[in-house]
Design a protein around this ligand. Structure first.
Ligand code: GLV
Ligand code: MN
Ligand code: MN
Ligand code: MN
Length: 384
């Protein structure tokens, strides 16, 4: 068995459901199991493990936060029904890359908490906290679907921005490629599309499904449905991406017109101007439709992430180091995007033959993962 296959086998079943999808919400048992595994791997390598008070875990080769440290890593949490590689691949590869460096110094491996925002709603929560991009008070108050706050799950109020972050000399995140953009084993990231999550609430009048005349209804599901179609149309028209993947209806009864429908719009585009245009046109059409349906619309931006351009010079250097590896942008969000405004940051992508992600069909061959480990080792070596 290859090094990669052997280490991967230790975690592959954690949080996996019968249908092959993963559910590893932050700070729930499967994710906590992987954190324990992380501590064990670090201990086996004589690394010091620290937590940053925000839920992020670090393993250090050398003094924690020593000037000139190069950080690598990713996240353990998944979306509900997600793939196995999104996140853990970057952490497993980090430990194996370290093993391939003759005398590793000033290197650290990080496991960021709540990257997907699957549990508490704000993606990259751990990296946002440690870089000061979200306040500890706001993060602490975020609630999951059972009403548990992030502060409660963490066991304390997060401590927020870490001053040592300015001591890092680079951050490198290796990640499974999530689109259909990479046809060689390893690529280098150039940019992340600007993206965000908008919670749309459609309020109407709850009433009886059997007795209320069609003309008397104020049905928010209708406004919501038209808004979903409008978002899809507008995104296609301007070459952006719009998705409504999460919805709640109240009271959620088959025989009642809902009083409220809540849907989360995930919108992304190659540049901020296009994303702004998309949002504007979706909200305009939703508002018009609400007027016709007698419903009311309110929109709250739960998280917005600006366009990220990774360090161009660094990306070029790493591409050359890896034998002219392709340099490509992605529509997926990453902690690397948040880190990049504080530390020179790079991403490595490993080929995903299905091109599918955030779904069980996400995949990578052991050979490509081995190539990813080797590439990460060369990159870390060149940066330290
Ligand atoms: C994270 O994977 C995201 O882009 O939503
Ligand atoms: Mn993801
Ligand atoms: Mn990810
Ligand atoms: Mn009745």
């Amino acid at each position: 068995m290859s090094d990669f296959a052997a280490l991967w086998a230790e975690i592959v079943a954690v949080g996996r459901s019968a249908d092959g999808g993963y559910r590893r919400y932050a700070l729930t048992p499967p994710e906590l199991t992987l954190r324990d595994w992380f501590r064990g791997q670090a201990g086996r390598r004589g690394m010091t493990v620290t937590e940053d008070g925000n839920g992020n875990l670090f393993a250090w080769c050398g003094e924690p936060w020593a000037p000139g440290t190069v950080l690598t890593g990713s996240h353990f949490d998944s979306v509900p029904g997600g793939g196995g590689y999104d996140g853990p691949l970057g952490i497993v590869s980090a430990f194996l890359a370290l093993d391939r460096i003759a005398s590793p110094r000033n290197l650290a491996i990080g496991a960021f908490v709540e990257e997907e925002g699957g549990r508490f709603g704000v993606p990259c929560l751990g990296s946002r906290l440690m870089t000061g991009a979200i306040t500890p008070a706001r993060a602490a108050a975020l609630t999951d679907r059972d009403g548990i706050t992030f502060g409660e799950a963490l066991g304390s109020t997060p401590t927020g921005q870490i001053s040592g972050i300015s001591h890092l000399s680079a951050f490198v995140e290796l990640h499974i490629e999530q689109g259909r953009a990479l046809d060689v084993p390893v690529g280098v990231g150039s940019a992340i599309w600007p993206h965000g999550r908008w919670r749309m609430e459609f309020a109407g009048a709850g009433d009886h499904a059997g007795t209320t005349r069609m003309t008397d209804r104020r049905d928010p599901m209708l406004t919501f449905a038209h808004t979903v179609l409008a978002a899809n149309e507008e995104a296609r028209l301007i070459g952006a991406h719009a998705t409504v993947g999460r919805v709640q209806a109240e009271p959620n009864a088959t025989n009642a017109i809902p009083s409220m429908v809540r849907g989360w719009l995930d919108a992304r585009a190659a540049d901020t101007a296009t994303l702004d245009r998309l949002l504007e046109s979706v909200i305009k059409r939703a508002t018009e439709r609400a007027g016709r349906d007698g419903t009311e619309l309110s929109v709250v931006a739960e998280s917005v992430t600006d366009e990220v351009a990774f360090d161009t010079e660094l990306a070029r250097r790493l591409s050359a180091l890896l034998g002219d590896a392709p340099i490509l942008p992605t529509g997926a969000g990453h902690d690397a995007g948040v880190m990049s405004s504080h530390v020179p940051t790079a991403m490595l992508f490993v080929r995903n033959p299905t091109g599918v992600s955030h779904a069980p069909a996400e995949g990578a061959s052991n050979e490509d993962c081995e190539a990813g480990v080797e590439a990460l080792a060369r990159v870390l070596e060149s940066l330290t």
